[in-house]
Design a protein around this ligand. Sequence first.
Ligand SMILES: Nc1ncnc2c1ncn2[C@@H]1O[C@H](COP(=O)(O)OP(=O)(O)OP(=O)(O)O)[C@@H](O)[C@H]1O
Ligand SMILES: [Mg+2]
Length: 579
Amino acid sequence: MLRDLIGVIGPGQSGRIRAHLLAVVCHAVAQGVVFILLVPLLQALLSGEPERALLWLVPLAVAAVVTGVAYFVQALLGFRTAVAATGALYRRLGDHLGDLPLGWFASVKLGSLTRLATAGVGEVTVVFAHLLGPLVTAVVTPMTVLIGMVVFDWRLAVAMLATVPMLVLAYRRSTRTIAETDADVDAAVGRSNDQIIEFAQRQPVLRAFPGGRERAALLEKTIEAQHEAGRRQLRRNSLARGLFGAAVQLAVTFVLAVGAFLAVAGTADVAQLIAVAVLVVRFAEPVMAMGDLGGSLRTVRARLDQVREILDVDPLPEPSAPRRPQGNGIEFSDVRFQYEGAAGPQLDGVDLELPPNGVTALVGPSGSGKTTMTRLVARFWDVDSGAVRIGGVDVRDLSADDRAALVAPVFQNVYLFDGTIEDNVRLGKPDATAEELAWAARLARMDEILGRLPDGWATRVGEGGAALSGGERQRVSLARAILKDAPVMVLDEATAALDAVNEAAVTETVRALAGRRTVLVIAHQLATVMNADRIVVLQDGRVRESGTHAELMALDGLYFQFWEERDRVRNWRLRSAQR
Ligand SMILES: Nc1ncnc2c1ncn2[C@@H]1O[C@H](COP(=O)(O)OP(=O)(O)OP(=O)(O)O)[C@@H](O)[C@H]1O
Ligand SMILES: [Mg+2]
């Protein structure tokens, strides 16, 4: 396990860990020597030879001092190692999370990740502060005593050795039980954590729909299950600990009985027996301690596995020799992509070239893969086959910094950070001047919002932007993308929540911006789409039609049907309103 631990924490700490381990072993051996020296000392005292006892007192005192010093050193090293290892593990996890494909975060349960990233790391590194010492002592001290025993009375040593298999068996059995119940509790806690977070975040939906009551009942059931798992853990773990305790007592009794038998038979003296009795009881102490440590050790193991599971997720491979993009064209060439666990491919051989410094509009029915295409441009995931290129370079060959600098996205689900409007817009360009901010705000039609809100730029948006309306959120995120001034702009339904006047204005802005940028717009509104340099119709993960508005209307295909259908619905609505 220690090797796993070093593997997870990183090789940087292995020297420190080795030093700690050495101190721990020194302490355990010294303690064993102290125990064993009690035998000749007591023997000498009890058989009325105080001078000989004095003689034994010297090595005993030395061993005791060594034990004390070693204890202090190992405790100090243990805490230092724990602190260093905690830091190292946090850094490693943080770095790793930073390199994971963005898509991974969509699949992970927030509750479990939060728990691991906060308490979990501490639960792993506590090994060094509180577990390694007692554990090594529990094994090495009795072993030292056993070896020493051979010198004083080999028969008692054999008796001690004979109890080892029973102890090992009992230990295994009890830790297995504890491990099972602990794992149950852990899973139950994880489940209720996830559900509580979901329950809190989804309140608006839950309150508005009749199914909400069922979700609440489900949550209650999960929490009840967690309690039940906790109760079961208490019951079964006490039993398991009791079992191991009983085994240790049995072993002690057995060794004492053998000693008594030898004394009665006259082959061992009483003084020796008393000395051995003291020894055996002390021998039992660290072994007993091991029973309690088993559970903690299991927790560590479980956490370690969880940490490893995250560390094992492959980060997006970064290119060893990144290439610089030439120009700002975007190109999809025979791109195939399927989400993990999806039934069929979401993109099924997409070939598409977006003219540099032009507006390309992507239209198509819901679920046809439009958003997926934008995600592949931003490299949320890697394509299964084919390639997405920006400026002629495969996005997989771009450095992470270049990739981030190239694309300014406005995603379909706008997310704002809990801060002021200015914080959120500035994210696009942290060192932007006041003029630049004003420029971006004007182009995104945000100035109207700023004038209306009493605190203007300093208005707080709330978690996720909850204090703003959908259209306001969209314009803040648009301003952020405009301010970034990147060569590629991707707008996924960026105007869907805007009224007609604002939508027209933003569409105008997008056109103007396109002079220096390649723009990819996804929209369901004709007004936004119509004037694009190129319109691409996507259906079932394939490009079905592509051309200008006039060309596609003349084609009398999918695009034509799409708008005709829409017109028909609109006319029908108008007519029914007039009636
Ligand atoms: N994270 C995901 N995991 C699995 N499947 C997904 C995931 N995201 C989207 N999908 C599926 O991929 C398909 C394409 O989704 P995508 O979001 O690209 O559609 P879209 O064209 O943007 O639709 P809309 O117009 O509704 O936004 C859908 O069938 C969807 O269910
Ligand atoms: Mg979409």
